[in-house]
Design a protein around this ligand. Structure first.
Ligand code: UDP
Length: 570
């Protein structure tokens, strides 16, 4: 199997099985065989005579060729005693002491198994409200988030991966101002991403410059008003300073809620791409687009036949994961199997554009993104319908918004995940992000540093006799090709990095993918260090007007220990 040195390092460090002395007990190929066999075996639930060996080989080849990879917990745990295969969970946080601490316990169990948890804290009473049973006063959502944070710190995912949390608070919760700034101290809530749950009413109030109502989550009474523009500006200032909070558009999540009768969607998984109902979980997987090109008359073109086949196999694989999964709680198993959500997405999109010679920040690039994702979504749904014919529709289909149409096996099929680790394993650009830098240092897990040089650039420069150590050093120092006088303009136009792409192109690309994605799109809009608060505000407005489900921004250098860095290792 052909994988990069970095990929091997990541797999050996956390994914391959070890004995009690810490010695490796499987090879990289052995890992993919273990996963393929465990996931293919789920076919027997539907057909006792299923040709599991052939299916397992298909799954094995799809993974070892790096055409498709399932999310990290599946790679780590399939075919092993822990058996927890999903990346994404949402847990409810009802307003009682027992329920909050049940939530802490359940989150700890999920983290231990490699999953990430999202919570809405919007149901908790505001700071200073009375506590009937004790006559005391409530400490508010942010104080309880700190309890979850401390628990996550202690668990550290039992040696698999660090716990990740998403904390969401509705913009009309009375404690919203302290929530927005709760991560301004960089030592606070380090195991949380936070997002403000934005409503349409709030956005209208921002536009018209009017106040909006704060609502007591218990009584639903109005407790006061805030100036919407001031709150919006506080969100922007905080995000400009620290990268957080992000925003999510709650009404949009709910307009795509497949089973509204089951209640509102209030939260997403940690990186924001997977909105879920309380106790729902979801497993993700990504198709490596770089591997779905073929040469025609010396030029790369999309290999649509291969892509269609991979989509079919990937949907089959991800549906099987739901059955092969060992769930951390009975309630999660019950709720997950009612909708059977899966999240198929893509990675290596930017690398694919480089091979096609299309700039990321161009109408052509955005249009191609839309066409590819439309294909993944359409064929993904067809594959789910074909599965439904054999295996039955997801159990809540008859009460779903799709009930008049053809039965689907999965209430949602597509999601664009960040692919933080999968992209390293596949050796391609992550998700739909532009190439971050053409040579850079990545801080992964426990301060390990990896140096990455973009393979497509290396090959192209070599082809054109432009490759030299001096040029690569310059690129490593700046991250971008833009400053290199030795490189031709035509090449620099295509080989753009995240910081060469203006924030509005980042949002346009996200919005185009969102049009064809059931769930949400993980995307970070990168700003240079010199960007202004107004620049950030404009991006939030653009994300809203172009139909994104949320957005996350990051201004270079605004946080210590950022994951991606431009420059050389000292
Ligand atoms: N996730 C997590 N801990 C981590 C990284 C990711 O719990 O350290 C979860 C989280 O729900 C995130 C999802 O996995 O939104 C997908 O992340 P990513 O695509 O980066 O995971 P990968 O499969 O590449 O490891």
């Amino acid at each position: 199997m052909k994988i990069t040195k970095n990929a091997r390092a990541v797999l050996e460090r956390r994914y391959l099985t070890r004995d009690t002395h810490g010695q490796l007990t499987e090879t990289v190929e052995g890992l993919f065989r273990r996963v393929a066999d465990a996931i293919a075996a789920a076919d027997l639930n539907y057909n006792s005579a299923a040709d599991v060996l052939t299916t397992a080989d298909r799954f094995y080849n799809m993974m070892t060729e790096l055409d498709f990879l399932p999310n990290s917990p599946t790679l780590m745990n399939a075919g092993r005693p822990l058996g927890q295969l999903s990346a994404c969970f949402v847990l409810p946080i009802p307003d009682s002491m027992e329920a909050i601490f049940d939530g802490v316990k359940n989150a700890a169990l999920i983290h231990k198994s490699g999953g990430g948890t999202g919570f809405s804290f919007s149901r908790l009473r505001m700071q200073g409200a009375s506590v009937n049973s004790t006559g005391g006063v409530a400490s508010g959502p942010v104080s309880f988030m700190k309890v979850f944070n401390a628990a996550t710190e202690a668990v550290k995912q039992g040696g698999t991966r660090r716990g990740a949390n998403m904390g969401i608070l509705r913009v009309d919760h009375p404690d919203i101002m302290s929530f927005i700034t709760c991560k301004n101290d960089k030592n606070e809530l380090t195991n949380f991403n936070i997002s403000v749950g934005i409503t349409e009413a709030f956005m209208k109030a921002v536009e018209s410059g009017s106040p909006y109502n704060l609502i007591d989550p218990g009584t639903q009474e109005i407790t006061g008003q805030l100036d919407a523009k001031e709150v919006f500006d506080t969100i922007v200032t905080s995000a400009w300073q620290t990268g957080e909070p992000g925003i999510i558009f709650l009404d949009r999540l709910n307009s795509n809620n497949v089973v509204p009768g089951q209640g509102e969607i209030e939260a997403t998984n940690p990186c924001g791409e997977q909105p879920l109902l309380p106790y729902e979980s979801c497993n993700l997987g990504s198709i490596n687009l770089v591997n779905h090109l073929k040469l025609e008359n010396g030029c790369y073109v999309l290999d649509t036949d291969k892509l269609a086949k991979t989509i079919h196999d990937a949907v089959h694989f991800l549906d099987n994961v739901i059955d092969a999964n060992v769930y951390p709680l009975d309630e999660i198993e019950r709720v997950t199997k009612l909708t059977r959500k899966i999240g198929l997405g893509v990675m290596g999109f930017a690398d694919m554009l480089l091979k096609l010679g299309i700039p990321y920040n161009s109408h052509e690039g955005v249009a191609l993104g839309g066409r590819i994702m439309e294909m993944v979504n359409t064929i993904g749904h067809e594959a789910s319908m074909e599965l439904a014919e054999i295996r039955g529709a997801f159990p809540l289909f008859e009460e779903s918004i799709f009930k008049e149409g053809k039965p689907l096996r999965n209430a949602t099929v597509t999601t664009i995940a960040p692919n933080g680790t999968l992209s390293i394993i596949a050796g391609v650009s992550s998700g739909i992000e532009p190439v971050f830098a053409y040579a850079y240092i990545r801080n992964v897990m426990d301060n390990t540093h990896l140096i990455e040089i973009n393979e497509t650039l290396k090959a192209r420069l070599t082809d054109e006799n432009l490759y030299s150590d001096q040029i690569m050093e310059e690129v490593a120092e700046h991250g971008t090709l833009a400053d290199s006088s030795a490189l031709p303009e035509a090449l620099k136009k295509v080989f753009v990095c995240a910081h060469d792409v203006s924030p509005s192109w980042h949002v346009k690309m996200q919005a185009e993918f969102q049009k064809h994605t059931d769930n949400a799109v993980s995307k970070t809009v990168n700003f240079s260090n010199t960007a202004t608060k107004q620049d950030v505000a404009e991006v939030y407005q653009l994300a809203y007007s172009l139909g994104c489900k949320g957005t996350t921004i990051y201004r270079d250098g605004s946080r210590d220990g950022q994951v991606l860095n431009i420059g050389k290792v000292n």
